[in-house]
Design a protein around this ligand. Structure first.
Ligand code: HXC
Ligand code: NAP
Length: 286
């Protein structure tokens, strides 16, 4: 779906006067949010491990008339995170929005995981989110800056999921972090919310998690909306949630999955796949 097909509920300058730090902002959903936030007037601070996608995304935002800067860092390294945050603030001015989007994931039977494999994903998703949140939160509390944090989790943060154990554990932790800090930091004017997306095609996610087109089709078939989500749709929701228009939304995780997880949960939902002779099942009228 192209942007042209999306009906936006957002006013064109919704994020003017704000500066958003988007981790993992050089690719996939992060890039989608970065470009959309930039178009809505925000200054954009990007981070990730690789320079090339960050530089390319920053240039795309500038080419569209926006302002952007980037810094490389591995979110697992707290000192590198602080250095990146300081460098980005130095270049763009105070940051008041943080999107914890960077993540790592892969499919594996859990009994085949090594401690390093488990630690790598948990280190990126859970510890990394904490490191970025701490850098921004400490600064905002110290300077009395109201801020908004948006954590990108996924629907199996609630349910758990086979074959992605480290990611499921880490995303569940981020969900708890979202709700905990929404309360603890609320008095500082810091809002913390999240989005739990279902499958949205990106190179990073689909190359690792849907390595076979047949698998893709199976996933798509169980989405009541009949399709995958798009990064453009996600960016619309994200922009709303980080904007002042969502001031009273705190500690909320918005499910964004075309109905997928409920489709898997309802006892009788699989009847949708069967050709049930409903009229024959009805008792005859007395
Ligand atoms: C088992 C694996 C593995 C696999 C890596 N490891 N891939 N184990 N099966 N497929 C193990 C390695 O053997 C190693 O353990 C440990 O993990 C660290 O691997 P490295 O390659 O050294 O780690 P690193 O370079 O830090 O890379 C991290 C990564 C990688 C997570 C493994 O995939 C990555 O960089 N991902 C970033 C992007 C990403 O994953 N995007 C998708 C997000 S999608 P040993 O013991 O051998 O040393 C997402 C969507 C969810 O989250 C919802 C979808 C609906
Ligand atoms: P992606 O393109 O692979 O995005 C992951 C980003 O995180 C990359 O830009 C990557 O850049 C960065 N990153 C990874 N490890 C890092 C580290 N150690 N330090 C700093 N940055 C790191 O995948 P995506 O699909 O857009 O995923 C974005 C977010 O959406 C993730 O939180 C994911 O869990 C979530 N999500 C995605 C889907 C989906 O279907 N796409 C569904 C549910 C949730 P570098 O490699 O350059 O570091």
């Amino acid at each position: 779906m192209s942007r042209a097909n999306i009906t936006s509920a957002l006013k064109p300058d919704l994020l003017r006067g704000h500066t958003a730090w988007i981790t993992g902002g050089g690719t996939g959903l992060g890039r989608g949010m970065a470009e959309r936030f930039g178009a809505l007037g925000a200054k954009i601070a990007l981070s990730g491990r690789r320079e090339e996608p960050l530089a390319e995304t920053a240039q795309a935002i500038r080419d569209a008339g926006g302002e952007a800067a980037f810094a490389t860092c591995d979110v697992r390294d707290p000192a590198a995170v602080t250095a990146a945050f300081d460098a980005l603030r130095g270049e763009l001015g105070e940051i008041d929005i943080l999107v914890n989007n960077a993540a790592g994931n892969f499919l594996s039977p859990s009994e085949k995981l090594s401690p390093n494999g488990f630690g790598s994903v948990v280190g990126i998703v859970l510890n990394g989110t904490f490191h970025c949140t701490l850098a921004a939160g400490q600064r905002w509390i110290e300077t009395g800056t109201p801020g908004a944090i948006l954590n990108i989790v996924t629907t199996y943060a609630w349910t758990g999921s086979a074959f992605v154990l480290p990611s499921a554990c880490a995303k569940a932790g981020v969900l708890a972090m979202t709700r905990s800090l929404a309360v603890e930091w609320g008095k500082h004017g810091i809002r913390v919310n999240g989005i739990a997306p279902g499958p949205i095609p990106t190179e990073g996610a689909f190359s690792r998690l849907m390595p076979d087109p047949k698998l893709e089709e199976r996933h798509k078939a169980r989405i009541p909306a009949g399709r995958f989500g798009t990064r453009e749709e996600l960016a619309e929701l994200a922009a709303y949630l980080v904007s002042p228009a969502a001031e009273w939304i705190r500690g909320e995780i918005v499910t964004f999955d075309g109905g997928e997880w409920l489709r898997g949960a309802g006892e009788f939902n699989d009847l949708l796949d069967l050709n049930i002779p409903w009229d024959q099942l009805r008792p005859p009228k007395k």
